[in-house]
Design a binder for this molecule. Structure first.
Ligand code: PRX
Length: 657
């Protein structure tokens, strides 16, 4: 494991960062969270929220059970996630309220979906799934773009009690089939094509390839998004519009399955420190209470809010804060299908103006991209509806934080930097707008009921001013319930670094006020544009190429994407490499994992720096990638190797997307 750096540029920035933003009094006066929220006892807090946020078919008997490292929450309770996210809002008379404003990437494609529409769509599709044999416990894969049918598919599964795994539409066929096989999915829901940056994304074609390697998937339902032709395999593939034809949209024709609090809701695969992604397990009640509660307080959601989380539903941010949290709270949301600069760089601001969005939640990489394009695109639009801004996914540098507040938030809106992970299910470290004094670059305080701390190498808690490893010392409702079918890896990854506490894999520092500053990953996981990618996953994709003998991968700092991927590659037979080879390898990684994992640079080298026992010294490669003075090289089998790599790295032309 890489050591955590408690000195260096990140820390210097923090120490120099003295800007403070008090809660605006008018915001504080109307905020959902008041300062006394932190005074509540942890059990009392989650007990109250559990009763308030969610409608139960059967009340829970016990708040939680904790047998380290497995928790159960709201024990004995029964409920249905879709009932909570859809049906109960219609029953309460809010069927005409907009659930989603959807914008396709082509500017003239828009749909308004009310809660009543959503209910009809979900019921019809759930009836169709039922006819195909999907029921409680049937694992379903979903591989789609940002169309309303994606949440419809998720909610139809949840209505029937069928656990889903959503695979981000940017992942390759290989990544898709690996996930489908691991979960043993029996059915796949996909679409013919996605739309991105004016071009078609061949989702069905990728799915076809994936299904060749996933024989357990007996059926595929294909939503027709574009006019593009795809092959439909007889006996396996069915069109979405055909299967829903004639199905009833009356909710009583497809009642919501009563689920146990701890029944599986979904798996979401995420990169770890090996080549095989981990199936993170999320269950029903604790997850729903956790995401609804955090969404309510952190985003200060009001009945008339128009909330936009600009993430992709294929990542955990989209699961928790586009679909399950907001819908549970009956919130009006925005879903946008495409890229921020289609057809021009002001598309996001146009959307905010059109729907009078009051809350925007996005990633630092997106903010830095807008920063690079310049504030004039935002200036063209009336953004005065915005009340609150949020960020997630990677550490935010104070400059980007301040730019976001000034140019998007008119120097008036609070900015909430929210720290969490696929594993945590819900936000865990964040300011509460209206309560917390904000500091650019700091996620500030643990959410009420969350016990976060920073430990040193030996597992001692570091006090104010100290740096080390971020840990969580008490269970929380939306926490992962394990890694699917891999108890050993679950214990090893999260619970073995320090006795009795959850190890997040992040470095952090606590300042004199007890505020948390997140410093990035301390393991072999990179964070590129807020996407989590394992160095070893990229290495195995490279080594999979027939000409590659060996590869080592690391992240280097990148101004816009946070980190960029650098690969050091030794080719077979002494091949020196070429620009063509470089492109071929980048494309190979895209095919094996997805375009997000393409290395920004590839350095060809006759040898990799290794210890005498043959272990690749990634630490040195990171030093080379970041142009730093080399750390200790005394354990190297051949110190000349690293000098050679340095030489090559400096002459190699950077190859960016
Ligand atoms: O390193 C942290 C970083 O993203 C990792 C989690 O990635 P993932 O599971 O893909 O979920 C991303 C969206 C929740 C964390 O281990 N991270 C996430 N949010 C922040 C962050 N780093 C710093 N500040 C944040 N606000």
């Amino acid at each position: 494991m890489a050591g955590v750096s408690t000195s260096g540029p990140a820390i210097e920035t923090i120490l120099l960062e003295e800007r403070r933003y008090e809660p605006p009094p008018d915001f504080a006066a109307q905020a959902n969270a008041t300062p006394d929220i932190y005074d509540q006892d942890f059990e009392q807090f989650w007990e109250t929220e559990g009763r308030e946020r969610v409608t139960w078919f059967q009340d829970f008997e016990k708040l939680y059970e904790w047998e380290l490292p497995y928790a159960k929450w709201y024990v004995g309770g029964q409920l249905n996630v879709t009932y909570n996210c859809v049906d109960r809002h219609v029953e309460a008379g809010n069927g005409d309220k907009v659930a989603y404003h959807w914008e396709g990437e082509p500017e003239d494609e828009r749909r308004t979906i009310t809660f009543a529409d959503l209910q009809r769509d979900v019921v019809r599709f759930a009836n169709a799934l039922k006819k195909l044999g999907v029921g409680k416990g049937t694992p379903v894969g979903i591989y789609m773009g940002m169309v309303p049918e994606l949440p419809v598919a998720m909610l139809a599964c949840a209505r029937l009690g069928a656990p889903h795994t959503v695979v981000f539409g940017g992942f390759s066929a290989d990544s898709l089939s690996g996930r489908l096989n691991d979960m043993e999915c029996e059915l796949l829901i996909t679409q013919n094509e996605g739309l991105r940056n004016g071009a078609a994304v061949p989702l069905k074609q990728n799915a076809d390839e994936a299904l060749d390697d996933s024989p357990g998937v007996k059926q595929a339902i294909v939503y027709r998004r574009t006019g593009g032709d795809v092959q439909m395999k007889d006996g396996r593939d069915l069109w979405w519009h055909d299967v829903v034809e004639g199905e009833s949209d009356d909710p009583s024709s497809c009642p919501c399955e009563p689920m146990d609090a701890e029944d599986l809701l979904y798996l979401l695969y995420t990169s770890g420190t090996t080549a095989k992604p981990k199936g993170i397990v999320h269950t029903t009640a604790g997850y729903l209470v956790g995401v609804a509660t955090t969404h309510h307080y952190i985003f200060d959601i009001k009945p008339d809010s128009v909330y936009w989380c600009a993430a992709d539903i294929g990542w955990v941010t989209g699961h928790s804060y586009i679909v399950y949290g907001p819908l549970c709270n009956g919130t009006t949301g925005v879903i946008y299908e495409g890229v921020p600069n289609y057809p021009d760089k002001d598309r996001w601001w146009q959307i905010i103006e059109r729907y009078k969005v009051d809350i925007l939640y996005t990633a630092p990489t997106a903010i830095r991209t807008h920063m690079k394009w310049g504030p004039e695109y935002a200036e063209k639009h009336d953004l005065s509806s915005l009340r609150l801004l949020g960020t997630v996914g990677e550490p935010i540098n104070p400059e980007a934080w301040v730019w976001y507040r000034e140019h998007i938030g008119a120097d008036r809106t609070p900015v909430v930097d929210t720290w969490w992970q696929t594993e945590t299910g819900m936000i865990l470290i964040n300011p509460l707008p209206g309560v917390t004094t904000l500091k650019p670059g700091s996620a500030t305080k643990p959410f009420p009921g969350i016990d976060a701390a920073v430990y040193d190498e030996q597992g001692n808690e570091v006090g104010p001013g100290g740096g080390g490893y971020l840990v969580l010392r008490r269970p929380w409702p939306a926490m992962l319930r394990g890694i699917y079918k891999d108890d050993e890896r679950y214990r090893e990854t999260y619970w073995s670094r320090f006795e009795g506490v959850y190890f997040a894999g992040d470095g952090a520092r606590i300042d004199e006020d007890g505020d948390f500053w997140l410093l990035g990953r301390v393991d072999d996981v990179m964070n590129v544009s807020g996407h989590r990618i394992s160095t070893i996953e990229v290495e195995s994709a490279l080594v999979d190429h027939q000409k590659v003998a060996e590869a080592a991968v690391c992240g280097r700092k990148d101004e816009r994407t946070g980190q960029a991927i650098v690969a050091y590659v030794t080719l077979k037979g002494g091949d020196e490499g070429s620009i063509d080879m470089l492109e071929e390898l980048r494309n190979h990684v895209a095919t094996k994992i997805g375009p997000i994992a393409k290395p920004a640079n590839i350095v060809f080298t006759p040898e990799l720096p290794k210890t005498r026992s043959g272990k690749i010294m990634r630490r040195l490669l990171r030093d080379v990638a970041e142009n730093r003075a080399l750390g200790d090289t005394t354990t190297l089998a051949d110190p000349a190797v690293v000098e050679e790599i340095k030489e090559r790295a400096s002459t190699e032309s950077a190859q960016e997307d």
